[in-house]
Design a protein around this ligand. Sequence first.
Ligand SMILES: Cc1cc2nc3c(=O)[nH]c(=O)nc-3n(C[C@H](O)[C@H](O)[C@H](O)COP(=O)(O)O)c2cc1C
Length: 397
Amino acid sequence: MLKGKKILLCVTGGIASYKSPAICSLLRKNEAEVKVIMTENATKFVTPLTFQTMSNNVCHVEMFNQLFNMDVEHISLAKWADVIVIAPATANVIGKFANGIADDMLTTVLMASRSPVMIAPGMNTFMLNSDANKDNMETLKKRGVIILDTATDVLACNDYGSGKMLEPAEIVEEIDFLLTTKDLSGKNFVITAGPTMEPLDPVRYLTNHSSGKMGYALAKCAKKRGASVTLISGPTSLNPPKVDKFVSVKTTRDMFDAVGEFFDESDVLIKAAAPADYRPKKYSEEKIKKTAKNDLNILEMEKNPDIARHYGSLKKDQIIVGFAAESTNIYEYAKQKLEKKNFDMIVVNNIKREGAGFGTDTNIVSIIDKDKVDDLEIMSKTDLANEILDRVKKLMS
Ligand SMILES: Cc1cc2nc3c(=O)[nH]c(=O)nc-3n(C[C@H](O)[C@H](O)[C@H](O)COP(=O)(O)O)c2cc1C
């Protein structure tokens, strides 16, 4: 979503400036255009040459060295940017920006800017919490400047506390969030993700290979596009994305109940989870011992509720998207599932193909609706999530 976006990265003289080239690099990897301005003091920490190389553009430091083209540089830079990001932002630059001081290239561009400005502060805890800095940040917030949180950790000065600049990936996420068109705003999405876990005894359980990556990518993208998102997730090793509600469940029955809680209010239900179809019939309160008697046939199974089928049968105006992982008769099984479960669309992957299915960052799927089958190329789970959301949006309209 950052493709082609114009980002003006402003780097000031804080110790976290050593991380700013990584921000530049990540933005470029996401196909954004980046220009960089540094304060004179920032060049004591990192060189302009680094940013020039990483951004593939001239790095601006000097106010009176406007030799690059015939424009007045600070005005043209300010007009150029879709967003201005100050990372790290020193207490000094925050103070100057809040009080209208424009005594170098960076602060003059800020004065001339009409684009959104995002600030990633990085400083010692006492500086962060000083009255002057708090007032300055409050003033900027009131003017609509976006001020990111800081992390709490051991700081460069060896103190432990708040004031650590967010990591480059987190800052890039925030930029992406800000610049993504909110074309799904006002819509309520319920998304399920991950496997479920069916306990056998206090030690053992049955589960499957679902990593949750596809469902999490869908939740993240829907949220970025302005939807209100409830993510119902089985156990995964992923960090929960920023969504409106995150509901953690273990078993298929838990997931069934959680979907029931949010289904009526939803506009869209996307079932990207892989809930277990069966569970052990009996849960043993004590660990099952390895004895000759238990060696065979200890696993008696019973059926779990079919979440997709149940809520498909209760569907009113909702759009329901299902997923299927198949290894044979892919289209046939997927079409049967589409009809039986009253889905509007089913995303089916052939788990035997390399680059598709569980745990990977890419997927190769076919998307089937009532009218047609589309075989898609291999793509990242994020791109696939946006493709699915585009189709859901079409169905809603
Ligand atoms: C080693 C070192 C690390 C510093 N780290 C920070 C910092 O993390 N945050 C901050 O606000 N100031 C920090 N300072 C102080 C700023 O460099 C100083 O306030 C300077 O005037 C900022 O200039 P600028 O805002 O024009 O870049 C540091 C100074 C030194 C010498």
